[in-house]
Design a protein around this ligand. Structure first.
Ligand SMILES: Cc1cc2nc3c(=O)[nH]c(=O)nc-3n(C[C@H](O)[C@H](O)[C@H](O)COP(=O)(O)OP(=O)(O)OC[C@H]3O[C@@H](n4cnc5c(N)ncnc54)[C@H](O)[C@@H]3O)c2cc1C
Length: 203
């Protein structure tokens, strides 16, 4: 196809950040959240400590699942929405949602998730596992188009005023304009990218 401009706006949800542990490819493990009601009355482990994991844990709990949240850090992420944070923290305090902080998943088996905390190993019962550990853009796609990426941040070389990349005629829009820092762009600010790209045509 021939075009005057190519706008790449592929987001990041197609590429989950994998845990890289044995059992991650088992059928009961998902990197995407779905209907919580299928988990009613079942043991569910949610891995992660930011918005997706916190919201999934709450929805699963309210749908009647027995939920354990497993997070590698000592506390939930600072970016967890201000109305979600007290809800999840209070459910954990009340013991309604179990939580394991500073915990690493070592492997996933058909009916349990093995975690380690320090030297201690623990088996968490799990009929369903949600590994909600974030996503990343398809950086290989960008490199394949000839777009230069900053070595550390993987931010594309992109004019902030027009969003044209170092490849003439190739533009970027949305979350992928920030390299690894995908959370800097969301719906509220990313929606203005079209105006930047096409403003030159309006005159
Ligand atoms: C649970 C959750 C809650 C959120 N809540 C909010 C909120 O309240 N407010 C807010 O502002 N943001 C929110 N966000 C973030 C918001 O969804 C993202 O910031 C936003 O969708 C990013 O927009 P984008 O256009 O960069 O990418 P996307 O919206 O992901 O769009 C990318 C599109 O490109 C397509 N695509 C990918 N690869 C290819 C390819 N190779 N060829 C063709 N098509 C391709 C995808 O299928 C998709 O349709 C939330 C996200 C999640 C997960």
């Amino acid at each position: 196809m021939r075009c005057r401009r190519l706008v790449v706006a592929t987001g990041y949800f197609d590429h989950p950040n994998l845990l890289g542990v044995p059992g991650e490819d088992l059928p009961q493990v998902s990197h995407y959240f779905d209907d919580p009601h299928f988990s009613s009355g079942r043991d569910v482990v949610v891995i992660g400590g930011k918005n997706s994991a916190a919201e999934a844990a709450l929805e699963l709990f309210r749908a009647g699942a027995r939920v354990t949240l497993v997070h590698r850090r000592a506390q939930l992420g600072e970016t967890v929405k201000y109305w979600v944070k007290p809800d999840i923290e209070n459910r954990i305090k009340a013991g309604e949602i179990a939580a394991r902080f500073e915990a690493q998943v070592s492997r996933i088996e058909p009916d349990r998730v093995m975690i380690t905390r320090g030297r201690q190993e623990e088996a968490l019962p799990a009929d369903r596992v949600y590994a909600l550990t974030g996503y990343h853009p398809d950086f290989d796609l960008f490199r394949g188009l000839g777009i230069r990426l900053d070595e550390k941040t993987l931010r594309p070389e992109c004019d902030p005023a027009t969003l044209e990349t170092n490849v003439p005629g190739v533009y970027m829009a949305g979350s992928i304009t920030r390299g690894r820092a995908i959370s800097e762009v969301f719906i509220e600010n990313g929606r203005f990218d079209g105006e930047k790209i096409f403003a030159q045509n309006r005159a």
